[in-house]
Design a protein around this ligand. Sequence first.
Ligand code: GP9
Ligand code: MN
Length: 619
Amino acid sequence: MQFNKLSTPLFVVASFLFGLKTYFVYRFMFDMSIENLMQEFILFVNPLASAYLIFAISVWLKPKNQMKYLRWTAVIGTIIIYLNLVFYRNFTDFITIPVLFQGNNAADLGSSLLTLIHWGDVFLLLDVIIVWILSKKTDEMAVRFTKHAKIAATAVTFLLLAGNVVLAEIERPMLFVRAFDREYLVKNIGIYNYHIYDATMHTKTKAQRVFADDSQIGDIESYMKNETGSKEPSEMFGAAEGKNVIFVSIESFQNYLIDSEINGTETTPFLNDLKEGQETIWFENFYHQTAQGKTSDSEFIVENSLYPLDRGSVYFTHAQNDYHALPEMLNKSDYETSVFHANNKSFWNRDVMYDNIAYDEFYGDESYEETPENSFGWGLEDKAFFEQSIPYLKEQDQPFYSKFITLTHHFPFELPEDKANIDKYDSGSTTLNDSFQTARYTDEAVAEFFEELKEAGLYEDSIIVLMGDHYGISEFHNKAMGEFIGKEIDGYEHIQQQRVPFMIHIPGYEDGGVRDEVVGQIDVKPTLLNLLGIEDKNDLTFGTDMFADERKGFIAMRDGSFVSDDHIFTDGICYDRESGEEVDPEEEACAPVREKVDKELQYSDDIIYGDLFRFYDFD
Ligand code: GP9
Ligand code: MN
């Protein structure tokens, strides 16, 4: 029939529908920042180009197989994009191969998972259904191309692909080399090509350890020793000598919670008071520096003063490396070291990593008694967690270093109603709204912990360090967060939102107060060692003692953003740190620090990927 001959082939229909759907998901379901018309254009073109790329291959198949290929490709493509979407809703990030191997973590997500799946998502099946139905009409929808036509159809693929890559390079020079930010990649080359890129990177980094040798460590050593601020003992050297260290990593706590109020009630009355007291030093400009590895990244940075990786969690990907971590060093100074965390031990591969970096003890979920009353959300609630930890803590030989990792204030911030002592916030984001109740609960738990430590006779001889591990409210909730803090969240404000509480509480200390230095997790290790009066002979760290007079002058984020004393740089924009006004990124202002940040992140990656510390003699 004449009509059949004229109908559009299915591979074209499928490419168009699938491309359009992908565009729709990029544009309206992921929260990607679009700064100019060019980006908008690329974002529209790349899904169509990518879709054509995968569907057009079908022209080489026999008609029946063409149809099979097209419908299954639509299904698999949809699954890939949907998994990314669900992942994105939780992490504001795209899946990488290392993250896939953290599968047992996904199982633990449990209750979080349901909140990440939305009803409207079923519309993502629309094109799949259409393609599926049309694919049953092989005679009308399949193509029977001559060899020349097949080659021509394939050539279009390469033209589209090349065009896309050229546009992307114009828009983001060195996109593939730097690749600190997955969002740029997805925005510019699409999610499918991004996955291919990611797989290539994964193979490459695996090979890096094999080819690494000791020649690389020299440059890195001299950088760490000479360009990361003063390594001289600071005013606080030995201020907590011989004391126990109780390090509390507070789940997902950000600074927006501190001093906040909901309907006249303080969210964190205990922490608010604590930071005002003379026994506490509170660093109000302390930034988390974590990436995909979340809590485990925060632990890794604190223990090693190295950066996490930009893909996956170091705790998973490089748990067997040689490190020179805080617990190992403390063990040498006769500390007993332990971790308390009421979750299964394999989460974030902790059991393996802790063993490697020589924690003496790890009290995981089997050390705690969970009942229906005392567990909700992610598991054992924080009050019971601290209370049940005390007997174990008493067993430690003094001095001890014990890390506690809380859990209640974890996304999706679930709390039984009768346990809530503060209202929910009222905005378009349930996540942000609920977060105040769990934050309040954790604040109460920490308050109780202080009392329990006093009763157990452990308080006086200890210092207590409190730190938020990473953000709890992702960019996805920028609108609601903007309402809450009373200003729109641009790049500058986004970085400022990465501040998390960091307090050092020293019983009997009289010189506490607020400090405004720009500091971060990378500085914790040198700071603690300094406080305890332990000299680090090797100084292979990227951080500086927070009390040092001469500091490195910037805090780098894993994606290459940074906060320096004078500026904040992110997404290619340089802001004045005080005013938040944009300044020229190529000027003195941001360019030199940017270079240093890139170098430092690269060095850190070299150490981890090449397992370079195995070539270094630390004693
Ligand atoms: C899990 C807890 C939470 O044990 O540390 O991990 P997170 O999701 O925050 O990385
Ligand atoms: Mn966490």
